[in-house]
Design a protein around this ligand. Sequence first.
Ligand SMILES: C[S@@+](CC[C@H](N)C(=O)[O-])C[C@H]1O[C@@H](n2cnc3c(N)ncnc32)[C@H](O)[C@@H]1O
Length: 284
Amino acid sequence: MSMVITIKQALSQAQRLQGVSEGWRLESEILLAHVLNCERETLFAWPAQELSRQQADAYQNMMQRRERGEPIAYITGKKAFWDFELKVNPQVLIPRPETELLVETAINLLQPKCSAALRLADLGTGSGAIALALARHRKHWRITAVDISPQALALAAENAQLLQVENIEFCESSWCDGLDARAYDLVAANPPYVAVGDRHLQQGDLRFEPSIALAAEASGLSHLQEIVKKCRKILKKEAWLLLEHGFDQKQAVSNLLRDAGYSNISCAVDLAGVDRLTCAQSPG
Ligand SMILES: C[S@@+](CC[C@H](N)C(=O)[O-])C[C@H]1O[C@@H](n2cnc3c(N)ncnc32)[C@H](O)[C@@H]1O
């Protein structure tokens, strides 16, 4: 049976997470705030507040899960992205801050014609992060969110409902198969791009994420290759293709695009200074 503990005593257990994460102190605060359904700041305003038995048990359970390495986002079931919060589960990749670069770039590229009724696609939507950010930005844009995983699509659709977003259609498909030809003004994709067998797949959060969302053949390039080729059919002439990729894939992705006839190819670096996003215009 668990003992009665205060907020301060609960937070003093933070060191249990020292072996899992450099942000162990913050992580214990996030977990406790989640259990108590309050803001983190509240924890410091009421250190002597006692947890109910149920809250204490829930906190112990979450600390144990985190000690075993399970990602914080899967334990709490949520993750902040862009200017909103997404529901996440182990069927989808946990949206990364670096993917916000893709959203920001798409919005900037479309700025000159943003009042038009544009059609956009998010290939491999996962939790719906990219599609939802774009759909919320302009309610008159029509977004097609594609994934091969029905579980991911179901969660993305649930996120759209929770955020009251109505301008996304969900499509279970392999990349562009089944999408309208010459219809899209911009296609964004954050496909799996970690090479099968890469040691990073056995480290940190990646161990718990679905391999269908992470790993790709051909040194991580197989899906990028397929998307570059197939998107020529669905993009309008001079429409944009935005591809997130690995830190060492800039040259390979640029070559794929050039060989497929795309123009204005450029690569942007993320906040960590890593080559992360390549954009190009379709030959039409
Ligand atoms: C790296 S995750 C990206 C998820 C989300 N867009 C994000 O940025 O957080 C890649 C996604 O591609 C999906 N996927 C993998 N193979 C696919 C395919 N052949 N066609 C469509 N989607 C695919 C996975 O299910 C996964 O949701």
